[in-house]
Design a protein around this ligand. Structure first.
Ligand code: UT7
Length: 325
C-alpha cells in the first residue's frame, strides 16, 4: 500500500524580471547569468503571497485530480518564506480551499522540502493514517533575497507547486534523505520577526544582511554535484531499481550546470533531466512540483513510469524518492 500522485497544479506570480532587469540592480550581465546558471527570467510576487500561491496551486492540483477539497485529510506545505507564522500556511490553505477534514502542518527543509513533504505524506498513507493528501511547496524568496548581492539575487524566484496523493496499491518505495547541520553555514538566513513591509530592506543597517539569504555558492555547488548522484544511487539500490527503469529525474532546479553535472556523473542523457529554471530561477521547495506539473500538463508522463525526485539545499539537506506515475 502507498500513495500515487493523481493530480498536480502550480501558480507563479504574473510579474517577471529578466536578467537585464537584474543587471540594473547589481554588476552582472544577461550573458554571465545565462552561462553560469541557465536562468533567463524569474517571477516575483507583487499582490501574491506564499499563502495565496499555495492555495491556488493546491486548488489547481485538486481540479486536475478531480478530487473535492472535502475529501483531503492531510495538507502539508513546505516553505521557508511564508508571509504567516501563525496560523501555519497549510491551515491558511485549508481555509482557502474549504478542506475542512484535513490535518494541516508546515515543514521546513529548504530546497529538499518538497521531497520531505512527499515522503511524509506517503508514510502516513502507507501506515493507513490518511487516505488523501495535498502536498505543496510555496516560496516568496524575493523577500529573503539581498538585491545588492550578485552572488545570490541572480538565482532566486517565487512560485508554488502542488500534488495530490491518493492511497492505492502501488509499491511503496523507501526514500533516502540526509542532513548535515555542521555544514549549514554554506547557506543561511536569520529569522526576522518585525518585518511587515514587503519593501526592499535597508542595507545601510549593519546587521540587515543577516536577515537575507547569504550563500557560499561554490560550496553549495560542489555539495550538490557530489551528494545528489550519490543519494540517487542509494535510493535506486535500496529499492532494487535499475537506472534504465527511470524515465525522468526531476531535480531541484538550482542551476543548469548542476543538473548537467549530475546527469554526467550518473552517465544518463539530459533528455531524462527536464529543466525549466530558465523561466523561474531557483524557487526552492516549489521547483520540483512546478516542473512536475509542467510535465503533467504537457502530457509527458505516462502511467507506470518510474520517476526520481531529488532535492538538495540549505541545512545542508538532500534526498531522493522514487515515484510511480
Ligand atoms: O537551492 C540550492 C542553493 N543554491 C545553489 O544551488 C547555488 C549553487 N551555486 C551556484 O549556482 C553558483 O556557485 C553561482 C551561480 C552562485 C556562482 O557561479 P560560480 O561559477 O560558482 O561563480 P563564482 O562564485 O566562482 O565566481 C566566479 C567569478 C568571481 O569573480 P573572480 O573572483 O573570478 O574575479 C565572482 O566575483 O564570477 C564573479 N561573479 C559574477 N560576475 C558577474 C559572481 N557572481 C557574478 C554575477 N555576475 N552575478
Amino acid at each position: 500500500m502507498t500513495g500515487r500522485i493523481c493530480g498536480t497544479g502550480s501558480c507563479v506570480p504574473s510579474f517577471a524580471m529578466d536578467n537585464n532587469d537584474i543587471a540594473k540592480l547589481v554588476d552582472t550581465s544577461d550573458e554571465w547569468i545565462r552561462e553560469r546558471t541557465g536562468v533567463v527570467r524569474r517571477h516575483i510576487i507583487r499582490e501574491e503571497t506564499t499563502v495565496s500561491m499555495a492555495g491556488e496551486a493546491g486548488k489547481r492540483a485538486l481540479d486536475n485530480a478531480g478530487i473535492s477539497a472535502e475529501d483531503v485529510d492531510l495538507i502539508i506545505v513546505s516553505t521557508i518564506s511564508s508571509n504567516v507564522i501563525l496560523p501555519c500556511t497549510a491551515c491558511e490553505v485549508q481555509k482557502e480551499l474549504g478542506a475542512d477534514h484535513a490535518t494541516c502542518f508546515d515543514l521546513s527543509a529548504a530546497c529538499t522540502g518538497f521531497v520531505v513533504a512527499y515522503n511524509t505524506a506517503v508514510a502516513y498513507l502507507n501506515a493507513g493514517v490518511y487516505q488523501t493528501a495535498l502536498i505543496i511547496g510555496s516560496e516568496s524568496l524575493s523577500n529573503l533575497t539581498n538585491w545588492k548581492d550578485r552572488g545570490t539575487c541572480i538565482l532566486f524566484g517565487d512560485g508554488a507547486g502542488a500534488a495530490v496523493l491518493k492511497k492505492d496499491d502501488t509499491r511503496y518505495y523507501l526514500p533516502v534523505t540526509h542532513s548535515n547541520g555542521s555544514r549549514g553555514g554554506a547557506l543561511t538566513c536569520k529569522s526576522r520577526y518585525d518585518r511587515s513591509e514587503l519593501s526592499l530592506p535597508d542595507l545601510t543597517k549593519p546587521d540587515e544582511k543577516e536577515y537575507l539569504m547569504q550563500m557560499d555558492g561554490r560550496e553549495v555547488f560542489m555539495f550538490a554535484v557530489k551528494s545528489v548522484p550519490q543519494v540517487i544511487r542509494e535510493v535506486l539500490e535500496k529499492n532494487d531499481v535499475a537506472q534504465e527503469e527511470i524515465s525522468y529525474y526531476i531535480l531541484h532546479q538550482a542551476n543548469k550546470r548542476i543538473v548537467e553535472a549530475i546527469a554526467k556523473r550518473l552517465d544518463e542523457p539530459m533528455e531524462k533531466f527536464p529543466v525549466n529554471l530558465e523561466e523561474y530561477g531557483n524557487t526552492s521547495s516549489a521547483s520540483i512540483p512546478i516542473l512536475l506539473d509542467e510535465l503533467n500538463q504537457e502530457g509527458k508522463l505516462e502511467r507506470g513510469q518510474k520517476i526520481v525526485l531529488a532535492g538538495f539545499g540549505a541545512g545542508l539537506t538532500w534526498g531522493a524518492s522514487i515515484i510511480e506515475w
